[in-house]
Design a protein around this ligand. Sequence first.
Ligand SMILES: [Zn+2]
Length: 331
Amino acid sequence: MAGWALTEGEYSKISLSDSDLSRIFASIFSSSSKNTASYKFGFIKSLLDNLYNVDSSLCLSFDTVFSTFAESYWNLILKYNLNQQSGKNAKITTILKGLFDSFGYDEVIPFESLSNEQKLEIIKNVRVECSKYVIGALFEDSLQSFYSFSKKTKIIRFNPAAYQFMCKNKVMLEKVNYFEWSRFLEKVNSEELTQAISTKLDESTLRSDLSMYRQILYEEFECHTCFYCGKSLKSKIHVDHFIPWSFVKEDRLYNFVLACPHCNTQKNNKLAPEKFVNGIVERNKVLIKESSRIDSIYRIDTNSYTDKTINNLYGYAIMNGFRSWDVSEFI
Ligand SMILES: [Zn+2]
C-alpha cells in the first residue's frame, strides 16, 4: 500500500543515532525525491513549528498541526497567489479559494484577521483533505522513524529520538525545508510571484496584530512595567516574544511579555539574559492559576506547557545558534 493511504502507523523501535536521522532528512530533502505538490514542505514546517506544543507523551493532535498548515497556505495561496502544484491547481488551492469566496470579502485578508469560526472551518477542511496525503507519506519517507500516527484518533506521536533531533536542529531543518520548498515553488510559478520567496515562506505564519496579548497582560493582569528594565509603561507598549519569534514561529501567551520600546528594540531577535527566565516562569504560574480571566482561546494550554517549557525552549534556542542580548550594555 502506498504510504499516503495508510490509516495508521507505528514508528520503528530500532535505535537511531543523530547521523541516521541526518541521513533520513537528507534523503527527504534530496532533489531526487519527487513531489507532486508542496504539501511535504508545508507539513514539515507545521511539525517544526509545533515541536513545543507536544504533551508529555510527545503527542500532537492533527488539529494543532493542521492549524499551522492552514494558516501558512491561506497566506501563501490567497495573499501571494502562489501555485502549490505544477499544471492544475492543488486541491488545497481549490478548497481555500472556495472558502474565501463563501466568506464574501471584497479583498483578501490575512488569516489572523478572520473570525474564529472562519479559522476553524478552514482548519477542518484543510485537515480532512491534506491529512490524507501528507501524514502517511512522510511516515514512509522517513522510513517510519519520525512518528506514529492514527487517522482514527487524529494523533501524531513523535519517536523520542527523532523529536530530540528536530529540537536540536530546528533552525537548520527549517532552512533546508524553505530552500527546497522555494525551489519547488519557483518551478511551478512565474518569476514575478516567487520574488522574496523564502521570506514569504518564513513569514507565512507571522502575525502582526498582537494587541490582544497586550490587552490581556496590561488590562487583565496589570503588567504595567517593562519586563526587562522595570520602568513604568506609558503610551507605547511593545509586546515581546520572550523566546524570539524567529525561533518559535508562533504566538503563545506564555511566551509574551510587555516591554518598553527601548528594551524591545535592543533585544530585537535575541534571547533575553538567562536571569529573566525565572521571572516569566513565575508570571506564567499566575496566568494559569487565574486563567478564568481570559478568553479560552488565549489561555495557556497546560497539556503542553509546563514549568520547564521556557527553560527547554531557551536551551534549544541556544543550541540552534541564538545569542543572548547583553542587557548591561543598554540599561
Ligand atoms: Zn524596558
